[in-house]
Design a protein around this ligand. Structure first.
Ligand code: FES
Length: 114
C-alpha cells in the first residue's frame, strides 16, 4: 500500500461486528467491520464533537453514546436526530495483514472541502 495510505492496525485485531479506535495524522478514527466489509470514519460525532468510539455499532451504523444519533458507516449520513450533518468517512483497505487508512481526504467530502 502506498501513500497517502498509512498502516494503522493489525488486521487480526479487527473482528466482524466490532471496531477499533486508531490514530493517524494526529486525528482519531474508528475502523469498523460489518460482515466482510470494513469502514473508516473519523472518531468525531458531527453533533457536538463527541468521540464516536464511546458508542457502539448497530448493523452498518455507529451510534453516538451522548445523544443517540446513528450514522451510516458507508456514507456518514445521520439517521437520527439530533445530528443533522454527516460524519467524515475515509478509504480503508486490508493488505499484508495490516489495516491501511487514507486519512488525507474524506471520501464523502463536498467539493472544495477537505
Ligand atoms: S454528540 Fe453525538 S449525538 Fe450529540
Amino acid at each position: 500500500m502506498q501513500a497517502p495510505y498509512l498502516a494503522v492496525a493489525n488486521a487480526e485485531d479487527l473482528k466482524p461486528g466490532e471496531f477499533l479506535k486508531v490514530a493517524a495524522d494526529g486525528r482519531a478514527f474508528v475502523i469498523a467491520q460489518v460482515g466482510e466489509d470494513v469502514y473508516a470514519v473519523e472518531d468525531l460525532c458531527s453533533h457536538e464533537d463527541y468521540p464516536l468510539s464511546y458508542g457502539c455499532l448497530d448493523g452498518e451504523r455507529i451510534k453516538c453514546s451522548l445523544h443517540g444519533s446513528r450514522f451510516s458507516l458507508k456514507t456518514g449520513a445521520p439517521e437520527d436526530e439530533p445530528a443533522d450533518q454527516p460524519i467524515a468517512t475515509f478509504a480503508v483497505a486490508i493488505e499484508d495483514e495490516q489495516i491501511w487508512l487514507d486519512p488525507s481526504r474524506a471520501t464523502n467530502a463536498q467539493p472544495g472541502n477537505a
